[in-house]
Design a protein around this ligand. Structure first.
Ligand code: ATP
Length: 810
């Protein structure tokens, strides 16, 4: 906050200094020449009547005075207003007014040059010396005035915004309660154009040696190119005016040398820049991926995958390619612009002045178009990302789309998104058309004005005839270079838009730092404790999921979590594995806070088998060995894990055995096969805690039976703590302890018999499921029965088979 205020004071001070400088220069130059004294005694009406545009300097003097007053108004306005938004609004208009004055001064010079010195008239300016002093003062005031509004930065500015973002949350007052959470998602901050380009250039530092070589080649190419019009003018003059064969041959030889050096240097420049682009894209993409993959899970809940992938693919290459291309064009153009202006002034300063008068039109047009381009480009990128996500979702869930026969519906949704992209592109097309027309009008108008004025100067014998041809050629290349700089601006804005989207992601600090824990024991007992844990998802901070939850999962025992849907069972698992961070309370693993475990060791010691396992588009072996962990004998470990998961046999029956490809998301395997591979993937790490989160509920009856028998075996044979979440209560009946969760609280704990005796929550759940079972198809019920009867009861002496056959009372 303090940093922001001091920045405001600093920018206001710069602003006041520039304003004061411009006002005092204005007043000094007028007082110095006694303008006010002379005006007072002059007969005003008579003076107005005799005023002549070509010779009288009164308009210049009055113009200076007006500029002084405008500046005074701006200075007072900025100092009085709390924010700079009003000056922000008028920045462009103020600069245009001051720029117009500047141009008027230049036109005035050309007009005065047309007239005889003795004809110069003014109430106060009578000598050429006074006139030039007034002119310099005018030019100085105009230039300072043009810069004044741009130094009026306050927290409203993008730059200040960016800093504010770094130092304090974006939310205040009533929203403070949710501030922390909102800030977590306020990562889409705005980057100033200079900040984004500077950052992008700093990313190119590792390739500095190649870049320096590329720049040397660029300057050689652009510099050599600059001599072409000069020698073309000379050659035409040799042929048409002087008819000098010797000079003609010499100039032709020079132009051939210039062409060769330009060609070689251009080739080196292009090749080296392309190489730098490729290296930079590679570096940025990998850096971005490393940063994004470490973000906390809730971040991925709040953004669309399409939005992220778009930043990796389109934005990364666009920002690097566009930046490199435009820096290339910009530097080339700058060499051309300065070189051309220098040589043009050498040829004729009057014609150069005329050209300079025309330049601001092109600049203003380019700037306005660049601004609009950036805004529109951002909209297009956003809507495109949205359309991309939509397509990704439809293709990723093609089975669901097909099974609901909603192909046309998805196509319509996609078309709607594309229509939005189209509407922004249509607006962009209008702006593009306007820009191109304006550009041609300005450049051709300037060429016509130069020919007219150049012809006039030649006829008046103020310049020689051979000057005009190279001058026009330089003016053409100057026009092209300025046009390119205008396009560079729009291109750079495009790169800035993409860079902003990439850096937003790259700079985001993960709310959960997965590298903070250091505790990494080789083995643990697997004793889990939840002490008064409170939790809500960051995307829904107002909706408490766990409300002071307390329970213990003893080491080496099976603890089942049961309860109605949405009670918070899966959330408990997510907290143990640190996918999310609790808001309050303690979660201990062997008496140590889970946050203290290193990321790798926590996920080696505690593994989860999800309801819908996710396999990667790799071989079965690579899927089983997924993630960092060490085993002495890989083949033996895989065999043991797959046998325990009842997966070994079916894998060996496949043509490519463990090298069989699973397909995207494991689509080339059946649900049961996928689940058994997922179980093997968990077991191969020899975990101390195994969490089975409804591991069979997404399967069909036949697959469920196979997977369930594998899980039963694991529960009997494996010496580890098991946490079991199941809706089907028959599968938790043998657990050592059943924890009943309701609305984020533990409402009952005990084994099956104890809870049935209590005849409360658990008993009601069982009763509800029994009545549900009695309404389901007889076939399904029979299968469930079989599963129950197949299980071997070893853990509890008081276990009786829990029969859920129709009509059986619990
Ligand atoms: N990623 C998430 N973001 C926001 N809210 C979530 C998220 N996941 C779950 N929830 C909400 O948290 C609450 C608890 O969900 P949880 O999945 O833990 O319940 P559950 O007991 O496992 O339910 P079920 O038995 O149906 O799987 C629900 O109200 C749910 O809507």
């Amino acid at each position: 906050m303090f940093c922001c205020q001091s920045q405001v004071v600093k920018s206001k001070s710069i602003h006041a200094f520039l304003g004061a400088l411009s006002i005092s220069t204005s007043l000094y130059s007028l007082l110095r020449f006694g303008f006010f004294d002379e005006c007072r005694v002059k007969d005003h009406d008579e003076h107005v009547l005799v005023w002549d545009l070509n010779t009288d300097m009164t308009d210049i003097a009055l113009g200076l005075l007006l500029l002084g007053f405008i500046n005074l108004g701006v200075v007072v306005g900025v100092w009085k207003s709390k924010s700079s938004s009003s000056v922000e609004k008028y920045k462009m208009s103020l600069s245009t007014i001051f720029g117009a004055f500047g141009m008027y001064f230049l036109i005035k010079i050309l007009l005065l040059c047309e007239s005889d010195e003795s004809a110069w008239r003014s109430p106060c300016v009578k000598t050429r010396e006074q006139w030039w002093t007034l002119f310099y003062a005018g030019l100085f005031i105009t230039l300072t005035s043009m810069t004044v509004p741009w130094f009026s930065g306050t927290p409203d500015d993008g730059s200040a915004d960016a800093n504010a973002n770094d130092t304090e949350p974006l939310i205040t007052g009533e929203e403070e309660e949710e501030g922390e959470l909102k800030t977590q998602f306020a990562w889409k901050r705005k980057y100033g154009a200079c900040e984004a380009i500077g950052r992008l250039l700093s990313e190119a530092c590792p390739d500095l040696h190649v870049i320096i070589l590329a720049f040397v080649a660029l300057f050689i190419a652009a510099g050599s190119d600059l001599f072409n019009p000069w020698f073309i003018g000379k050659i035409i003059n040799d042929i048409v005016v002087n008819k000098d064969a010797e000079s003609f041959k010499r100039n032709i030889f020079i132009i051939i040398l210039v062409t060769i050096s330009t060609g070689i240097a251009t080739g080196c420049r292009s090749g080296l820049f392309t190489l730098v682009m490729a290296r930079m894209t590679l570096r940025l993409r990998t850096k971005l991926f490393r940063q994004v993959i470490k973000q906390e899970t809730s971040f991925f809940d709040s953004v669309r995958t399409g939005d992220i992938t778009n930043r990796f693919s389109a934005d990364c290459s666009k920002m690097v390619d566009t930046l490199s291309l435009n820096i290339n064009i910009f530097l080339r153009s700058m060499v051309t612009i300065f070189g051309s202006i220098f040589l043009m002034v050498k040829l004729s300063w009057e014609l150069s002045l005329l050209t300079i008068i025309g330049l601001p039109f092109g600049f203003i047009l380019g700037r306005y178009y660049g601004h609009m381009w950036r805004v529109l480009q951002e909209k297009i990128q956003d809507t495109l990302a949205d359309a991309g996500s939509c397509a990704e979702e439809a293709f990723g869930n093609i089975r669901t789309v097909r099974s609901f026969a909603n192909e046309e519906g998805e196509a319509n949704v996609y078309e709607e998104k594309c229509q939005l992209v189209y509407s922004w592109m249509r607006t962009k097309a209008w702006y593009m058309g306007g820009y191109m027309s304006g550009n041609i009008l300005i450049s051709n108008g300037l060429a016509a004005a130069t020919l007219w004025y150049g012809g006039h100067l030649i006829l008046e014998e103020r310049i020689s005839g051979e000057t005009l041809i190279p001058f026009v050629l330089y003016q053409l290349s100057l026009g092209n270079a300025i046009g390119s700089v205008g396009a560079v601006y729009t291109g750079l804005m495009e790169a800035v838009g993409s860079a902003e989207r990439v850096f937003q992601l790259m700079d985001r600090q993960a709310a959960i730092d997965i590298s903070e824990g250091e505790h990494s024991p080789a083995k643990i007992d697997g004793h889990i404790e939840f002490k008064n844990v409170k939790f809500s998802y960051p995307t829904r901070p107002k909706q408490p999921v766990l409300q002071g939850l307390t329970f213990t999962a003893p080491k080496g025992k099976i603890t089942a979590l049961v309860g109605s849907s949405g009670g918070g069972k899966s959330s408990i698992v997510s907290l143990i594995t640190r996918l999310y961070e609790k808001n309050d309370g303690e979660i201990l693993l062997d008496g140590v806070d889970v946050r203290k475990y290193s990321h790798e060791s926590l996920h080696r010691l505690v593994t989860v088998v999800q309801q819908e396992p996710v396999l990667f588009a790799r071989s079965i072996q690579k899927n089983i060995l997924y993630g960092p962990f060490e085993v002495d004998d890989v083949d033996e470990a895989i065999e043991k894990a797959t046998k325990m998961a009842s997966a070994h046999e079916f894998i060996l029956n496949m043509a490519d055995k463990f090298d069989t490809q699973c397909g995207e998301k494991g689509q080339q395997l059946s649900g049961g096969q996928k689940q058994r591979i997922a179980i093997a993937r968990s077991l191969v790490r020899k975990p101390c805690v195994l969490i089975l989160d409804e591991a069979t509920s997404a399967l069909d009856a036949a697959s469920e039976k196979i997977v369930q028998s594998a899980l039963d075996r694991i529960q009997q044979e494996a010496n580890m703590t098991i946490i079991l979440i199941a809706h089907r209560l028959s599968t938790v009946k043998n657990a050592d302890q059943i924890v009943v969760i309701k609305e984020g609280n533990v409402v009952e704990i005990g084994n099956h018999d104890e809870l049935m005796t209590k005849n409360d929550h658990y008993a009601r759940l069982v009763a509800a499921q029994v009545s549900e079972g009695s309404q389901s198809s007889p076939q399904k019920t029979v299968i469930k029965e079989k599963v129950v009867y197949k299980r071997v009861v070893t853990n509890s002496s008081s276990q009786k088979d829990y029969d859920i056959s129709p009509g059986t009372s619990a």
